[in-house]
Design a protein around this ligand. Structure first.
Ligand code: 13P
Ligand code: SF4
Length: 349
């Protein structure tokens, strides 16, 4: 049994040994014990772009969740191997839209709307769903560029189907001036639109998915923080519900949250509605400000947190021994179509 210090030393030694043959991207929600070894850190968009730019690393040990590793695999070359240090690091939101449900929804929606519909998917989705979107002319979006991509999409077609996060879809469309009465939720379990209104009036169809972390930030949390301190500003991720985002002072991607707080004056007071590891890191990096989690219970992304120091070390050791495990390889027929959707996004933004 190795101590933490021994494990850290071993990771340092292996990183030195591999040099540029190894790249470790780390998402902002990763634990500090992992993020300290990341060569690049960022939100989903930054990590996708940075991975695409890297051509020399033979091994990309992706500290994030499965859909991010898939994206990195699709945007890097054939020679590069993407590894997820724990295959159980999935995303509950991505799992809320599977291919069968999506094909079924699409055929139903085609009969309602014909050719007036363009699909978009949040990058928090499987490569298969991205491929579905790609072959139907749509694009992926991230929380950093959702507004630009949805705006683009609504110039291409009369209406959009937004997968799989209803909240990011609703919050983004609302920001673009689309009223809630022009949006309807698609329930993949009931296989129908949850609305009584005339389908003709609907511009945005929201897949009934959500993030189990961000749904834990509630209207009551916002009220409570404001009761405790009238000066506190509330900043949340757009995966939070529409009600919470509307009540908040500002909302935006992980990168937006980090930068907004970084730029604010000493003594500023913030209650932050996003994943626990990131909130704790922001608190530590800004002792000159008063920062708390919007939900005092703290909300970890349990699947992200499956990647820890022992798993990181283990996957590096497997590479060293010449038998890498946890390889994420998207089949080429899926990759071909999914890349269409990813490229579209990267060109729009
Ligand atoms: P971003 O990194 O794009 O802000 O997304 C947050 C998230 O939930 C990642 O899974
Ligand atoms: Fe998925 Fe939410 Fe975790 Fe992001 S924070 S990986 S959306 S469950």
């Amino acid at each position: 049994q190795m101590t933490t210090v021994e494990m850290e030393q071993r990771v340092v030694a292996l990183k030195e040994k591999f040099g540029n043959r190894l790249l470790i991207p780390g998402h902002h929600y990763q634990k500090d014990e992992v993020i300290q070894f990341a060569d690049i850190t960022g939100d989903s968009l930054q990590l996708a772009e940075q991975s695409a730019l890297n051509t020399e690393a033979e091994y990309i040990v992706f500290c994030g969740v499965h859909f991010m590793a898939e994206t990195a695999d699709m945007l890097t070359s054939e020679r590069q191997t993407v590894i997820l240090p724990d295959m159980r690091a999935g995303c509950s939101m991505a799992d809320m839209a599977d291919m069968m449900q999506t094909e079924r929804a699409w055929s139903e929606l085609q009969s309602l709307f014909g050719d007036t519909l363009l699909p978009l998917t949040y990058v928090n989705s499987t490569a298969e769903i991205k491929a579905f979107v790609g072959r139907n002319g749509g694009a992926t979006v991230t929380s950093s560029n959702a507004k630009q991509v949805v705006d683009w999409a609504l110039k291409q077609k009369q209406r959009i189907l937004f997968l799989p996060d209803q909240h990011l879809g609703r919050n983004t469309a609302y920001d673009l001036g689309i009223g809630l009465e022009q949006m309807a939720v698609w329930d993949p379990h009931e296989n129908r639109l949850l609305t009584e209104q005339d389908p003709e009036t609907i511009k945005v169809i929201l897949w009934k998915g959500h993030c189990s972390v961000h749904e834990k930030f509630t209207v009551e949390n916002v009220m409570r923080q404001r009761e405790l301190d009238r000066e506190v500003r509330i900043i949340v991720h757009p995966e939070c519900s529409h009600e919470v985002v509307q009540l908040a002072d500002c909302a935006g991607s992980t990168k937006f949250i980090i930068e907004t707080i970084r730029k604010s004056a000493p003594g500023s007071k913030w209650a932050v509605g996003t994943e626990m590891n990131l909130v704790q890191r922001i608190i530590r990096e800004h002792p000159e400000q008063h920062i708390v989690s919007l939900n005092p219970d703290m909300c970890p992304c349990l699947t992200m947190n499956r990647i820890d120091l022992p798993h990181l070390l283990w996957s590096l050791e497997q590479i060293e021994q010449g038998s890498p495990v946890g390889i994420v390889k998207v089949p080429s027929h899926i990759q071909r179509e999914a890349v269409l959707a990813l490229d579209k996004m990267l060109h729009i933004v």
